[in-house]
Design a protein around this ligand. Structure first.
Ligand code: UD1
Ligand code: UDP
Length: 378
């Protein structure tokens, strides 16, 4: 019996690790230990509750307006203690947050092999997304096994000299999570359902990236104001991230606009189903760039670059940056020109087929000499 410890701390890590926790728990030959850092509190707890995950360890680290070194040092010290006590055979971390990097470093210091889920994504710019691009590169160096979601991610790792034998192309676990949650007959709570019914079209907005906090976010919200002014039949739903810096900017720019509905972050189930019911998504999120294409929803990415080029190449995601004029013009075109909209609305699945967790479990067992090598996805 091999003991596998999963470490995560933020909302997106929890969503993407949840189906893997379930898959490892179900496997008779693997023992599952979950340690959450609680880099996020409420937004993490929403996911734990939905997927009925009860972590064995909760470091409860979140502080208001925490700095990068607050989280990194807290995770390093806290996870070190858990790893030394549990002595797992492998530690799994996900993606590119401070929890990911510091969790992997703590495991490395204890000489426990690290499995990196969602490995190999690269934007090519260490300051964008910041600090995520560096977190994932550092985690890649620390890991013994890389679960790359796509062939593009695998190629990135190969280019950096990673041994091909340690890379498994699995698909992204977010698609496993999404498919378990989205239902075309899902009923949104009445307030949201009424808002969607009242407006001819609805745009879903999310924004939280550190490098966008400040002027870029001001420009994004200016574009939303202009769209609101010029398109009277369009409504905007904006579940505002808990980060106080984001909240201040959003409220300053958008308070009082009749058809801009700013709400608390939604639980994953209503949120994913809301994505499925809107017309357009404007976001700087990583996860939304993966989920929306699977639902056939056009996405405008409010960033200068992306580590997720697959859906851009497929034509369902457009990289618009944070220039007010460009965001406004592109969104307006999509909301008023049927042909332009139809060209972007096709459903594509470049990120996964819903079986990523199955492949990761098999790859873990293969690593320990207990299973055949899984076939790469794609
Ligand atoms: C973090 C990750 C980012 C990821 C994002 C997902 C890092 C450096 N950043 O960014 O990669 O894309 O999560 O959302 O790892 N807060 C709450 N309640 C919560 C969550 C956050 O109040 O449930 C507030 C706190 O004041 C906290 C602040 O938000 O200090 C920022 O949280 P933090 O995890 O540092 O950064 P995020 O911007 O959320
Ligand atoms: N999400 C959610 N509720 C919300 C907003 C987003 O459940 O109100 C989900 C979304 O579906 C995706 C994940 O949170 O799976 C993305 O998180 P975020 O944008 O905070 O982080 P990123 O993906 O950019 O790291």
């Amino acid at each position: 019996m091999k003991k596998i410890m999963l470490v995560f701390g933020t909302r997106p890590e929890a969503i993407k690790m949840a189906p893997l926790v379930k898959a490892i728990e179900k496997d008779d030959e693997l023992e599952c230990v979950v340690a959450v850092t609680a880099q996020h509190r409420e937004m993490l707890d929403q996911v734990l509750e939905l997927f009925k995950i009860k972590p064995q360890y909760d470091l409860n680290l979140m502080k208001d307006n925490q700095t990068l070194s607050d989280i990194t040092s807290g995770v390093l010290k806290g996870i070190e203690k858990v790893v030394l006590k549990e002595k797992p055979d492998m530690v799994l971390v996900h993606g590119d947050t401070s929890t990911t990097f510091a969790g992997a470093l703590a495991a490395f210091y204890a000489q426990v092999p690290v499995g990196h889920v969602e490995a190999g994504l690269r934007s090519g710019d260490i300051y964008s997304p910041f600090p995520e691009e560096m977190n994932r590169r550092l985690t890649g160096v620390l890991s013994s096994v890389d679960f790359a979601p796509t062939m593009t991610a695998k190629s990135n790792l190969l280019r950096e000299g990673v041994d091909e034998g340690k890379i498994f192309v699995t698909g992204n676990t977010v698609i496993d999570a999404l498919l378990s949650i989205v239902d075309d007959n899902y009923q949104l709570e009445s307030d949201l359902a009424d808002f969607l019914a009242k407006n001819k079209q609805t745009v879903l907005i999310t924004a939280h990236r550190r490098e966008n906090q400040g002027q870029p976010m001001v420009h994004i919200f200016q574009a939303v104001r202009r769209l609101h002014e010029e398109l009277p039949e369009v409504g905007f739903v904006f579940p505002v991230h808990k980060n106080p810096r984001v909240r201040a900017l959003a409220h300053e720019a958008l308070d009082g606009l009749e058809r801009v509905k700013m709400i608390e972050p939604l639980d994953y189930e209503p949120f994913a189903n809301l994505m499925n019911q809107v017309d357009l998504i404007m976001t700087d999120s990583g996860g939304l760039q993966e989920e929306a294409p699977a639902l056939g929803k056009p996405v405008l990415v409010l960033r200068e670059n992306t580590e997720r080029p697959e859906a851009v190449e497929a034509g369902t995601v457009a990289l618009v940056g944070t220039d007010n004029e460009k965001i406004f013009t592109t969104a307006k075109t999509l909301l008023t020109d049927q042909k332009a909209y139809e060209a972007m609305e096709k459903a594509v699945n470049p990120y996964g087929d819903g079986k990523a967790c199955r492949r990761i479990v098999q790859a873990i067992k293969y690593y320990f000499g207990e299973a055949e090598k899984p076939k790469d996805w794609q």
